[in-house]
Design a protein around this ligand. Sequence first.
Ligand code: BES
Ligand code: ZN
Length: 425
Amino acid sequence: MPEHNRGGLRAFARAGRAGMTAILLAGALSAAAIAQSLPAASGTAALGHVTVLSQQIGPRVAGTPEYGRAADYVADQLQRFGYQVDRQAFPFVGFEEMSAPALVVTAPVQTALHPVTLLYSGPTPARGVEADIVAAGIGRRDDFAGKQVEGHVALVKRGELRFSEKASNAAAVGAAAVIIYNSQPGPAQSGTLGAPTAIPTVMIPQQEGERLLQLMAASSVRVRLTVNTLVKPRTSENVIGIKRGTTKPDEILVVGGHLDSVPFAPGANDNASGVAAMLEVARLLADVPTARTVHFVAFGAEEVGLLGSDYYARNRAGTKIGMINLDMVGDGPVMLVANSAGSGGLLDAAERVAGRLGLRLERSRSGSSDHVTFERAGVPVVFIHTGDDGVYHTPMDLVGHIQPQLLAQAASLAAGLVLELAGSR
Ligand code: BES
Ligand code: ZN
């Protein structure tokens, strides 16, 4: 902390809650001045939350008991900081994998591949689907034209079309299953089909897809795919910590991140990191009054289609004046601030705050996460993240690759933004 702020911090510490309210209502300190005098965010505290969520609890798939344990943990933390906590339950169509998928080349050579099931994929029969592969480009309708696909397994490349379009184009020509191979190196990532889809659909790594294409150049290639999934009605919940505004309580600023993970992924960066940063912001601001109400929200069911944030945005009363989304803030080369346009929204505000904190930021348009549901509802947003870490949505998304100083930076940035946007009076 710069030397000239030390006095401010001491004054802040002495003022206590009641004193602080008086100062703020009198307008003696600007949001910027309060932000400067906030204690530094603790990377260690935030890393502790990531460890509990990703390592002690582990994968937190929507609708599972592990998600419930994670929600209990977040509610408990917010209560300890002194916030009123609302648990907002909502119904959704649940998707579960009863066992990991298996994909084996059975001819011309026996080889096991490494598939990841796409969310909302239908199951295969218990004994699996065994059939020849037909390659069909990226899975456009045209890519299937003139090919014998009926009863076969379609092999298509990731990219350009939605997963659901590739699957429905394959299903329309009678494919028994779809294999999508990744368009970038590294492990296959999970993704969502958006809605329950009868045809079993998995992703494999790029190099395995390219190997299959090579084999197919010489002879027909036969595979056996087993997918064991279950689709059924479920309940999940958002956990909301409430700081009631002093003078404009009906105007709400949302600081949130999703708490759920994809199956088999511990979700340390995606997104225990964002929830941990959100909890740090809540801790830092516990005794700082704001004019507007602030909701600290752990969203449920993001990974199955942004469902928790959608439910919150539609159903929670009050005027939402802004949304700060923290999703994947624990690993990466640079802090990014984004929205769909890559400009406007709350990006200018984020840059101002970062400038004061001496943080380097870059703008981006990337990322589909909970801020999108708020954008759709016309709420200005900023999505804070540190980019693609190369392991999210895989079992390798472990706490060991999380950098505590990044968690602290994200929390400091978000806390500064809260003060600026929720107002000191
Ligand atoms: N955390 C990711 C989004 C993300 C990816 C942020 C890379 C930063 C870097 C998020 O949880 C996610 O997986 N979103 C889905 C879409 C969503 C609608 C299920 C995605 O991007 O595929
Ligand atoms: Zn995420």
